[in-house]
Design a protein around this ligand. Structure first.
Ligand code: C2E
Ligand code: CA
Ligand code: CA
Ligand code: CA
Length: 388
C-alpha cells in the first residue's frame, strides 16, 4: 500500500485540481478548506483514522475543496483500483450498502450542483428557474390530461434485414404548442423529478405496445420483437424506484430478455459506483441493458466490463459524420470491434443514408436505427406496418 508523508504547512491538493486518489490519515492533522470570495473558510480538521479526498476519487470530479497538512502528516493513499478491489472482496451485503449509499449521496450532490448552474447564456438564473417552474406546472397539467404519448422507431437487424425491435420515444401533444420534442421537456422533468413517474408510465405503455406488436407477428413465425425504453439516471437514484420498474416488467407478463433499458453513457462516467449497483439490480430483473449515446461520454473503455451490459448504441454524431470523416469512421469501427470482443450487441443510431448503411455493414454492426430506415411512429402506424 502506498504511503505519502506531508510536511507541516504543505498543500496536499487545491480546489479545482484533478484528483484520482483519497487519503487515510495515519498520523498528523489535515485542514480542509474552501475559498469564498478570496477568504479561506475551514470546513474541517481531520486527524488519524479519518479519510479525505474521496469525493473526487469516486465521482471523477475536480477537487471541491483544498487540503493542507497542519503538522507533519503521514497518510495511506487510496486509489480507485484499490477501493474497487476492496469493495469486490467485501461481503455482498456490505458491498451493496457501500455502493448504494455512497453512490446515492454523490449522485444527489452532483445533481444539485448541475441544476444550480445556468445552462444557457441567455437569461439569468432567476428567469431560467421561473421558466422551469412554468414548464413543470405545464407538464403536471399535461400528465393529468394524458397529453404524453410514445412513438416507436423500428430497429432493423442488419444481417436479416427485418425489424428486430423498437425504441420507445416520448412525445408531448401540447394543446397550444403542438408536438413538443423530448429534448425540451425531458431535461425539466429530470430536474424536477417528474421523470420518475413519467418513466414508469413509459415503461408500462411501451410493454403494452410490445405485447400488441408481438401478437401481430407471432402467427407468421417471426422471432419476438424487443422493446427498448429510455431510462433516466434520475430514475435509478433510489433502489425503491428500481424495484418499481421491476414490478412493471413482472406485471406486464412479457419475457424480460426482450426488454432493453437504455441508460446514457454519462451515468456510467459520472457515477460509476452507483451505476454498477443500480444496473446490477436492474439486470437481476432479467431485462437487458443498453448504453445509449455511446462515444459521447468519454467513458473509460476498461470500465465497460464492470457493468452488466447487453448492447452499445453508437451515438448519432459518429454515424452521421462517418462517411466524410475518416477519423469518425475509425471510431465507429473500433467501437464495433470492442463490442464484439466484449460480446455486446451493437446498434448504430441516426442512420440517414445508403453510404452509412454500407459502412455499418462492413463493420458487421448488428442493428441499425435511423430516419433512412424508419421514423418514430405511433403504435397504430407500427401495427399497420407489421400487419402489411
Ligand atoms: P435518444 O435516446 O438518443 O433517442 C434517439 C433520438 O434520435 C430520437 O430523438 C430519435 O427521433 C432521433 N433519431 C432517430 N433516427 C434519427 C436520424 O436518422 N436522424 C436524426 N437526426 N435523428 C434521429 P427524440 O425522439 O427527439 O428524443 C430525444 C431524446 O429525448 C432521446 O435521445 C432521449 O435521450 C430522450 N427521450 C425520449 N424519450 C424518452 C423517455 O421516454 N424517457 C427518457 N428518460 N428520455 C427520453
Ligand atoms: Ca435512447
Ligand atoms: Ca441515443
Ligand atoms: Ca442521443
Amino acid at each position: 500500500v502506498p504511503h505519502k508523508v506531508f510536511g507541516a504547512g504543505e498543500r496536499i491538493f487545491e480546489r479545482g485540481d484533478a484528483g484520482q486518489e483519497a487519503y487515510l490519515i495515519q498520523r498528523g492533522n489535515v485542514e480542509i478548506s474552501t475559498d469564498q470570495g478570496g477568504k479561506k473558510v475551514v470546513i474541517a480538521n481531520l486527524g488519524p483514522g479519518e479519510v479525505f479526498g474521496e469525493l473526487a476519487l469516486i465521482s471523477h470530479q475536480a477537487r471541491t475543496a483544498s487540503a493542507m497538512a497542519t503538522e507533519e502528516t503521514s497518510t495511506m493513499v487510496i486509489t480507485l483500483d484499490r477501493l474497487q478491489s476492496a469493495i469486490d472482496r467485501a461481503d455482498p451485503l456490505l458491498q451493496t450498502l457501500l455502493r448504494g449509499n455512497l453512490g446515492r449521496f454523490i449522485w444527489t450532490q452532483r445533481f444539485m450542483l448541475q441544476h444550480a448552474s445556468p445552462q444557457s447564456g441567455d437569461g439569468s438564473l432567476e428567469r431560467q428557474a421561473r421558466r422551469e417552474e412554468e414548464v413543470e406546472a405545464d407538464i403536471k397539467r399535461g400528465i393529468h390530461s394524458r397529453e404524453f404519448e410514445l412513438f416507436y422507431q423500428p430497429i432493423i437487424d442488419l444481417r436479416e434485414g427485418w425489424v428486430a425491435g423498437f425504441e420507445a420515444l416520448m412525445r408531448w401533444r401540447h394543446p397550444e404548442k403542438g408536438t413538443v420534442s423530448p429534448g425540451e421537456f425531458i431535461p425539466v422533468a429530470e430536474a424536477t423529478g417528474q421523470i420518475v413517474p413519467m418513466g414508469c408510465w413509459a415503461l408500462e405503455e411501451a410493454l403494452n405496445a410490445q405485447k400488441r406488436f408481438q401478437e401481430i407477428v407471432e402467427p407468421h413465425g417471426r422471432p419476438p420483437l424487443f422493446m427498448s425504453v429510455n431510462v433516466s439516471g434520475r430514475q435509478l437514484l433510489e433502489l425503491d424506484e428500481i424495484e418499481k420498474l421491476g414490478a412493471v416488467v413482472a406485471r406486464s407478463g412479457m419475457d424480460p430478455q426482450y426488454i432493453k433499458l437504455e441508460i446514457t453513457e454519462s451515468l456510467l462516467v459520472d457515477e460509476p459506483m452507483h451505476a454498477a449497483v443500480a444496473l446490477e439490480q436492474l439486470r437481476n430483473k432479467g431485462v437487458r441493458l443498453a448504453i445509449d449515446d455511446f462515444g459521447t461520454g468519454y467513458s473509460s473503455l476498461s470500465y465497460l466490463h464492470l457493468f452488466p451490459l447487453d448492447t452499445l448504441k453508437i451515438d448519432r454524431s459518429f454515424v452521421s459524420d462517418m462517411v466524410h470523416d475518416p477519423r469518425r469512421e475509425r471510431i465507429v469501427r473500433a467501437i464495433s470491434r470492442l463490442a464484439r470482443d466484449l460480446d455486446l450487441n451493437i446498434i448504430a443510431e441516426g442512420v440517414e443514408n445508403d453510404e452509412e448503411m454500407a459502412s455499418l455493414n462492413r463493420f458487421e454492426c448488428d442493428y441499425v436505427q435511423g430516419f433512412h430506415l424508419a421514423r418514430p411512429q405511433t403504435a397504430d402506424q407500427i401495427a399497420e406496418l407489421l400487419a402489411g
